[in-house]
Design a protein around this ligand. Structure first.
Ligand code: AP5
Length: 213
């Protein structure tokens, strides 16, 4: 199974990804997570992309494609894989098509999650993530048992530098300009299925799960 998770910032891609990988065993490849890990570890890549990500802009296609194809070549992908946050524009989608064809693999489905803009802003501004294990919470929708502390590993919860309201609006604008053309791109080849991300996390997941069975 080869899946793409598509949708605006805050639509719930990461939240649904956790459930999909737990139930279907696919390898999760999130470009955002990979970039953030590199920033945290202060690698050469991390230093290159730190400012770009904090400002809400996109990292270059060249760097992103290389990172994704390296990862795909080095993973055991028996149960398949799920790309989260990639592709992010038509150039990246074409590069992925080429990679799939070269490797005789076929895209199964694009899971497109959408939600209203004010819902996105409130989710992004209220999101908190664990500094250590990356588990995601929300100050009102999904609060931890102890305020500011991760339920999973007990570490401190922090706010992503790109999660303030101003940067969130900028990220949504970039999504509209550069990423939303992918909806039509994948619709045309009959691969896209839309899910209403305004609904509760579990409700969205049940619909996704049914569509993958
Ligand atoms: P990335 O990490 O991909 O971020 P994003 O696409 O902006 O998505 P988010 O992580 O903000 O949101 P999400 O949809 O995963 O929502 P979540 O489930 O966490 O990218 C970050 C940056 O990296 C980019 O800006 C760019 O700079 C760079 N980058 C990444 N990929 C790139 C690429 N391919 N090319 C170039 N640059 C790239 O949910 C959000 C909050 O809402 C959480 O608190 C959650 O608990 C809550 N929530 C979620 N769903 C629900 C629900 N249904 N009901 C109630 N609350 C919910």
């Amino acid at each position: 199974m080869i899946l793409i998770l598509l949708g605006p910032p805050g639509a719930g891609k990461g939240s649904q990804a956790t459930k999909i990988i737990n139930n279907f065993g696919v390898t999760h490849i999130s470009t955002g997570d990979i970039f953030r890990k590199n920033i945290k570890e202060e690698t050469e890549l991390g230093l290159k992309v730190k400012e770009i990500i904090a400002s809400g802009s996109l990292v270059s296609d060249e760097l992103t494609n290389e990172l994704v194809f390296d990862r795909l070549s080095n993973e055991t992908l028996n149960a398949g894989f799920m790309l989260d946050g990639y592709p992010r524009n038509i150039n990246q989608a074409k590069a992925l098509d080429e990679w799939l064809s070269k490797n005789s693999r076929e895209l199964t489905k694009v899971i497109y999650i959408d939600a209203d803009i004010e819902v996105l802003i409130s989710r992004i501004s209220g999101r908190r993530v664990c500094k250590n294990c990356g588990a995601t919470y929300h100050v009102t929708n999904l609060s931890p048992k102890v305020e500011g502390i991760c339920d999973v590993c007990g570490s401190q919860l922090v706010q992503r530098p790109d999660d303030n309201e101003e940067t969130a609006r900028q990220r949504i604008e970039i999504y509209e300009e550069q990423t939303s053309p992918l909806i039509n791109y994948y619709e045309k080849v009959g691969k896209l299925q839309k899910f209403n991300g305004n609904n509760e996390i579990d409700e969205v997941y049940v619909e996704i799960e049914n569509s993958l069975k």
